[in-house]
Design a protein around this ligand. Structure first.
Ligand SMILES: *Cc1c(COP(=O)(O)O)cnc(C)c1O
Length: 432
C-alpha cells in the first residue's frame, strides 16, 4: 500500500485511472518518479492549454518571484492585477467589441459559478436558475444544483433546490429542437416552471461527454433569454481560453453572454485563478457582498498576463484549427475501421469518441495508459473517450498520441490487453 492509499481519502479520483507518481513535466510530456515519460492528452482537464511549464510564462513568474513581487493582497489593488486587467481588455475584450467588468472570486471554477448565479439572482430578484442535461458546473451547492450527474448531486446530502434542468442540444435526438420545449415552458403559465433568473450553459459540455451545441442553438438561446429578461451565463471554464480555437467558445456563434465564467486555463500555468465577466449594467454587487481570501492570486495574474501573448496574433488559433482537424479525421477513420457506429464529436481541440459499446472508452483509456498516454473519459457512464491535448502540442506529438489510441483500441478489441492483465495477475498470485 503506498502513501496515498494509506493516508489520502478515498475521495481521490484521477489517480485511480493514472496511478503514476509524477515528478516533472514539460510541454506535452509528464515524467514520473521512475523517469518514465507520458504523453499528456488530458492537459489537466483543460487547465494546461499552453502545455506544462511553458517557458515564456515560467520566465515571467520567476522574474516576479525573484524581485519579491507581492504574492498576496486579498482583493487590495496590486500592480499585477492592474496589468492583467489592462492587457485582458487590450488583447481579448476590445478587439472582440466586448465590454465587461471583472470580478475575481475565489480561485476555482465553482467559485466563479457561485458568484455568477448569486449575481443573476440578485439582479433579477428571482430564485430559479436553469441548467442543462449532462451539464457540469462544479461541486459547491449552487453549482451542483445545475449539474446533471446524479452521483455527484447525491454527494450534496441536502436537496439541491431552486434549479431546473432542461434538455441540451441533441439530448432528444438530432431531430428534436430542445429549445422549442424550453420556450414553450417559459411562455405557458401552466408549465410549472418558474421564470428563471438565469440560464447557465456550456457551449461544449466537456465533462458531460463532449456534447457540442450548434451555433444556431446558441443564437436562439441568446434570443430567448434576451426576450424574457433572463441572464445568460456562459460557463467557459473548460472550453474557454482557446480550447475551441477562438479565445471564448461563444465567438463562433456571435453571441454576447451577460456573464462569462473563466478559470481552468486562465492563468496559463496551472495556478488557480478564476474570473467572472459581468455586463456593466448587471454589476449590482455591494462592496464585499461576495468575497473570499484568495481573490486573484498575484503570481497567477502575472502568468495569466504572460499567457495573453498567445492571443496577440492568429497563430495559435490557426494551429488549433489545423490540429483539431487532424484529430477529427483520425478519429473518424479509426471509428470507420474498427468501431462502426461510434460517434465523433468536438470543436477546436476538444474531441470525443463515443463507442456503441459503452464500456469501451474506459478500457481504451486504460490501454492507452499502459502505453504511456494519458487520455480521460467523459460522460455519465464514462462512455466517451475525451481527447484534450494542450493547444501547443506539436503535430508529431499529436500524431503519435493518436496512433497510440488506435493501437490501444485494436488491442482492446482483440482482447490482447485483458489477456495480458490476467496473465500478470496470475503470475503475481503465484509469486505471493
Ligand atoms: C471544471 C469545471 C468547473 C468547476 O471548476 P473547479 O475549479 O473544479 O471548481 C465548472 N464548470 C466547468 C464547465 C468545468 O469544466
Amino acid at each position: 500500500m503506498n502513501t496515498f492509499e494509506q493516508f489520502e481519502s478515498e475521495v481521490r479520483g484521477y489517480c485511480r485511472s493514472f496511478p503514476a507518481v509524477f515528478s516533472s513535466a514539460k510541454g506535452a510530456w509528464m515524467t514520473d518518479e521512475a523517469g518514465e515519460r507520458y504523453l499528456d492528452f488530458f492537459a489537466g482537464a483543460g487547465v494546461l492549454n499552453y502545455g506544462h511549464n511553458p517557458e515564456k510564462i515560467k520566465q515571467a513568474l520567476l522574474g516576479y518571484l525573484m524581485r519579491d513581487g507581492i504574492t498576496h493582497t486579498l482583493d487590495m489593488y496590486s500592480q499585477a492585477k492592474q496589468r492583467f486587467i489592462e492587457r485582458f481588455n487590450e488583447v481579448i475584450l476590445q478587439p472582440r467589441g466586448l465590454n465587461y467588468k471583472f470580478q475575481f472570486p475565489g480561485p476555482t471554477g465553482t467559485n466563479a459559478v457561485e458568484a455568477a448565479l448569486k449575481l443573476a439572482r440578485k439582479v433579477t430578484g428571482r430564485e430559479q436558475v436553469v441548467g442543462f442535461t449532462n451539464a457540469f458546473h462544479g461541486m459547491t451547492l449552487g453549482a451542483l444544483a445545475v449539474t446533471g450527474n446524479s452521483f455527484k448531486r447525491a454527494g450534496a446530502g441536502v436537496p439541491l433546490s431552486h434549479a431546473a434542468s432542461v434538455p441540451f442540444d441533441g439530448y432528444m435526438g438530432e431531430d428534436v429542437d430542445t429549445l422549442s420545449y424550453f420556450e414553450a415552458m417559459l411562455h405557458d403559465s401552466g408549465s410549472g416552471m418558474d421564470k428563471p433568473a438565469a440560464v447557465i450553459v456550456e457551449t461544449v459540455q466537456a465533462e458531460g461527454g463532449v456534447n457540442v451545441a450548434s451555433v444556431d442553438w446558441l443564437r436562439r438561446l441568446r434570443q430567448i433569454t434576451a426576450d424574457h429578461g433572463i441572464v445568460l451565463i456562459v460557463d467557459d471554464i473548460q472550453v474557454g481560453c482557446g480550447r475551441t480555437g477562438s479565445f471564448f467558445s461563444f465567438e463562433e456563434a456571435g453571441i454576447v453572454p451577460d456573464i462569462v465564467t473563466l478559470s481552468k486555463a486562465l492563468s496559463g500555468y496551472g495556478l488557480p485563478l478564476a474570473l467572472v465577466l459581468i455586463k456593466p449594467e448587471l454589476d449590482l454587487w455591494a462592496p464585499g457582498e461576495h468575497n473570499g481570501t484568495f481573490r486573484g492570486h498575484c503570481p497567477a495574474f502575472v502568468t495569466a498576463t504572460a499567457a495573453l501573448t498567445f492571443w496577440e496574433d492568429e497563430r495559435l488559433q490557426q494551429a488549433v484549427a489545423r490540429r483539431g482537424r487532424m484529430v477529427q479525421v483520425h478519429l473518424e477513420k479509426m471509428a470507420a475501421k474498427h468501431a462502426p457506429g461510434a460517434q465523433v464529436r468536438g470543436r477546436g481541440l476538444i474531441w470525443g469518441i463515443e463507442f456503441s459499446d459503452a464500456t469501451l472508452a474506459s478500457r481504451v483509456s486504460k490501454a492507452c495508459f499502459a502505453r504511456k498516454l494519458v487520455v480521460e473519459t467523459a460522460g455519465i457512464d464514462d462512455q466517451v473517450l475525451k481527447v484534450l491535448p494542450s493547444l501547443t502540442i506539436n503535430d508529431a506529438e499529436l500524431q503519435y498520441g493518436l496512433d497510440v489510441i488506435d493501437a490501444s483500441l485494436s488491442a482492446v478489441l482483440s482482447g490482447a490487453d485483458e489477456q495480458l492483465a490476467q496473465e500478470e495477475a496470475l503470475a503475481l498470485a503465484e509469486t505471493a
